[in-house]
Design a binder for this molecule. Structure first.
Ligand code: TPP
Length: 613
C-alpha cells in the first residue's frame, strides 16, 4: 500500500515521519502526472506546490485552520491529500471532482476560486470574523506571483496591514504567470531572489541536507539544522511589504520539503500579518513541464481536441497580425494571457504595440480607453469570463465616453471542463443594456475576421466581439464580404417559424431547421451577426411572415438577446432559449450544450413543441 493510499484525512500527513512525507511527495506528483495526462488540466502549477501542500498539512489543521488557494488551479495535491484521492481520476470529468476548490465539494476547501487574486480578501474575511467571534484558528492565503499583481490582491494587502490581524500570506513565486510574469511587483520579487541572502539560505539548506537527501534520522536532524540555521536569516527587511504593514519573511526554497516545513512551523507562531515568500519551480518533477511551464500550464487530456479546423482564437490571432501590418494605429492588450488569447503572434511582430498588463482586466480596459482617445485603435483580448471583472470600466470609461476600443471576447459560451468559474455566459446580458456599445457574435472564423477588420475602422464607441472556445464548425464556413451593424443574415428561408441563432448557435439552428423539415415544419434561420445595434427591422418583417420566433443563444437567457428581441416583438410569440438561470457545472462542452437543450436535436424538439402549443 502506498503512503498516499493511507492518507484518508489531512491529519494523517501530520502523523507521518519526514522520510515518509518525502515519499508521499513523489507519489502525489506521479499521481497528478498520470491522471492529468488522460483528463487534461492545470499540470505545471500543481506540480510546483506539492512540497508546499505537504508542508502546510504538516503544520496546519484544516478544516479548522483555513487554507485558501488563489486561482485554485494549483489545488490538485490539496485534493489528493484532503480525502479525495479515491475520486481524483474523475477530476474535471462530468459528475467528478472540480478542477478548482469548491466549498460544496469538501469542507477542506475554505473558499471557491477560479478567478485570480481573491485569496487575500477572502482570508482576511475569515481572520476578521475569527477575531470578532473570539475564535482561535489560523488563516493562510496561498497566492502566486502572477495573482499577486492583480488589483484585488493589492486591495486586500492594503487592508490587511491596516487591520493588523493574525494572518499568513504565502507568496508562491515561480516567476511565471501563465507566461513569464510582468510588472513592478514581479521585478521586485526577482530582486529579492537575487539578494545574496537568498543564495546563502539555499546553500545552507543544500549543505544541511546533503546532495541526495537520504532518508532516516539524518534528514530529520538536517531539517532541524536548517530551521535553526534559518532563524538568523529568516526575516529579511523588505520595504515593499513592510510598508504595507505586513512582515516579510523569505525568500525560502519552496520545493525543499524539510526547509519549507521547518520554516512554516516557525512562521505559524509569529502573530500578526506575515508574508512568507516561497520560491518554487513551476512544473517541478516533470521535465517537459519544467522546460515549458507555459505550454504545460493547462494541458488537454489524451482525448483532447481534434485540431482539424481553425479555432476562433487562431483566426483572431492571424487577423490581428494582418491588421497590425496594415494599420500602425492598432495596439493590442492582454491581461496575462498572450498565448490563450492568441495575441502572442502580434506580440512577436509588434512588440512596441503590445501590452501584457498582468492579471489586471480593469486596467486593461481603461488603458485601452486612454490609448483610443490618443488616436490609436486598441484591441483588448479578454476571455468572456474575465471581462466580468471589468464591467464598470466598460460602462464608465469606454461606453459613457464613447471610446473606440475593441473588446475581443474569447471563450464566450460554455467552456467545458473548467466549469462554472470559467463559462462565459454572462457577457451578452452584461453588455446589452449599455448605451453606445456595439456587440457582435460571429458564427465562423471568416465572420470573426470580417468583424475585427470592420471594428477597427469605427471612430467612435466601443465594439465587443464575442466568440466561442474551440474550432469553427464544418457545417458552414462561408462568410459575407461585410455585414454592417444593424444588418444580419438570413441563412435559410421558411414560413412556419423564425429561428434566430446568435453566433455558433445559428449553425445549431440550421441543423434544427433540417430536423424540423422532416416533420414538415418550415423554419427560417437568421443570424443577427450584430446583437447591438440589432437588425430589428429585418427581424420584425421575418417574424411577421413566420408568426412565431425562437431565439437561441449560448448565453444567459435572463437579460439575453432573446429577451431583448422579444421586447420588440410584442404580438408575436417568442420562445427564448439559452443558458438557464443557474450556474452550469463542468463537463465537456458538447455534453453541456445537449444537457441545456441547445444541441440541434433538442432544439428541434423544443421548437416542435412550441409550434404545437
Ligand atoms: C481574473 C483572472 N484573469 C486571468 C486568469 C487566468 N489565469 C489563470 S492562472 C493565471 C496565472 C497565475 O499565475 P500565478 O498566480 O503566478 O500562479 P502559477 O500558475 O504561476 O502558479 C492566469 C492569468 C484568471 N484565472 N483570473
Amino acid at each position: 500500500m502506498s503512503i498516499l493510499e493511507k492518507i484518508s484525512l489531512p491529519r494523517n500527513v501530520m502523523e507521518l515521519t519526514l522520510e515518509d512525507r518525502l515519499v508521499l511527495v513523489d507519489e502525489v506528483r506521479n499521481r497528478i502526472i498520470d491522471v492529468i495526462h488522460s483528463t487534461g488540466g492545470h499540470l505545471a502549477s500543481s506540480l510546483g506546490v506539492v512540497e508546499l501542500t505537504v508542508a502546510l498539512l504538516s503544520v496546519y489543521s484544516p478544516p479548522e485552520d483555513r487554507i485558501i488557494w488563489d486561482v485554485g488551479h494549483q489545488c490538485y495535491p490539496w485534493k489528493l491529500l484532503t480525502g479525495r484521492a479515491d475520486r481524483f481520476h474523475t477530476i474535471r470529468q462530468s459528475g467528478g471532482l472540480s478542477g478548482f476548490p469548491r466549498r460544496d465539494e469538501s469542507p477542506f476547501d475554505a473558499f471557491g476560486t477560479g478567478h485570480s487574486s481573491t485569496s487575500i480578501s477572502a482570508a482576511l474575511g475569515y481572520a476578521l470574523a475569527r477575531d470578532i467571534k473570539g475564535e482561535d484558528y489560523k488563516v493562510v492565503a496561498v497566492i502566486g506571483d502572477g495573482a499577486m499583481g492583480g488589483g484585488m490582491a493589492l486591495e486586500g494587502l492594503n487592508h490587511l496591514g491596516h487591520t493588523g490581524t493574525d494572518m499568513l500570506i504565502i507568496l508562491n513565486d515561480n516567476e511565471m504567470s501563465i507566461s513569464p510574469n510582468v510588472g513592478a511587483i514581479s521585478h521586485h520579487l526577482t530582486r529579492l531572489l537575487t539578494d545574496p541572502r537568498y543564495n546563502r539560505i539555499k546553500k545552507d539548506v543544500w549543505n544541511a541536507l546533503g546532495k541526495i537527501p537520504s532518508l532516516g534520522d539524518r534528514v530529520r536532524n538536517a531539517a532541524h539544522a536548517v530551521t535553526s540555521g534559518l532563524k538568523k536569516t529568516l526575516v529579511t527587511p523588505d520595504t515593499l511589504f513592510d510598508d504595507f504593514g505586513v512582515r516579510y519573511i523569505g525568500p525560502i526554497p519552496g520545493n525543499d520539503l524539510a526547509a519549507i516545513t521547518g520554516v512554516l512551523q516557525r512562521v505559524s507562531e509569529i502573530p500578526g500579518p506575515v508574508l512568507l515568500h516561497v520560491i518554487t519551480k513551476k512544473g517541478k518533477g516533470f521535465e517537459p513541464a519544467e522546460l515549458d511551464a507555459t505550454g504545460y500550464h493547462g494541458v488537454s487530456g489524451a482525448n483532447g481536441r481534434s485540431n482539424k479546423r481553425e479555432t476562433f482564437t487562431a483566426a483572431f490571432s492571424r487577423t490581428m497580425i494582418q491588421l497590425g501590418k496594415e494599420d500602425d494605429r492598432i495596439v493590442a492588450i492582454t491581461a496575462a494571457m498572450p498565448d490563450g488569447t492568441g495575441l502572442d503572434g502580434f506580440a512577436a511582430e509588434f512588440p512596441d504595440r503590445f501590452f501584457d498588463v498582468g492579471i489586471a482586466e480593469q486596467h486593461a480596459v481603461t488603458l485601452a480607453c486612454g490609448l483610443a482617445f490618443s488616436g490609436l485603435r486598441p484591441v483588448t483580448a479578454i476571455y468572456s469570463t474575465f471581462l466580468q471583472r471589468a464591467l464598470d470600466q466598460v460602462i464608465h470609461d469606454a461606453a459613457l465616453q464613447r471610446a473606440p476600443v475593441i473588446l475581443a471576447l474569447d471563450r464566450g459560451g460554455v467552456v467545458g471542463e473548467d466549469g462554472p468559474t470559467h463559462h462565459g455566459v454572462f457577457d451578452i446580458s452584461m453588455l446589452l443594456p449599455l448605451p453606445n456599445i456595439r456587440i457582435a457574435a460571429p458564427r465562423n472564423c471568416g465572420i470573426l475576421e470580417m468583424l475585427l477588420k470592420r471594428a477597427v475602422q469605427f471612430e467612435e464607441n466601443p465594439t465587443a466581439i464575442r466568440y466561442p472556445r474551440g474550432e469553427e464548425s464544418s457545417v458552414d464556413s462561408a462568410y459575407p464580404e461585410s455585414v454592417e451593424p444593424g444588418r444580419g443574415q438570413l441563412l435559410r428561408e421558411g414560413q412556419d417559424v423564425l429561428i434566430i441563432g446568435v453566433g455558433v448557435m445559428a449553425l445549431a439552428a440550421l441543423e434544427a431547421a433540417r430536423h424540423l423539415a422532416r416533420r414538415n415544419i418550415s423554419a427560417a434561420v437568421y443570424d443577427p451577426v450584430w446583437l447591438k445595434p440589432a437588425p430589428i427591422t429585418e427581424i420584425k418583417s421575418l417574424a411577421e411572415i413566420c408568426g412565431r420566433v425562437v431565439t437561441v443563444e449560448e448565453g444567459s437567457v435572463t437579460g439575453g438577446f432573446g429577451s431583448f428581441i422579444s421586447s420588440h416583438l410584442r404580438d408575436i410569440p417568442v420562445l427564448e432559449t439559452g443558458i438557464p438561470d443557474e450556474f452550469q457545472p463542468h463537463a465537456p462542452r458538447a455534453e453541456l450544450i445537449s444537457c441545456i437543450g441547445l444541441d440541434p436535436k433538442s432544439l428541434a424538439e423544443r421548437i416542435g413543441d412550441f409550434i404545437g402549443s
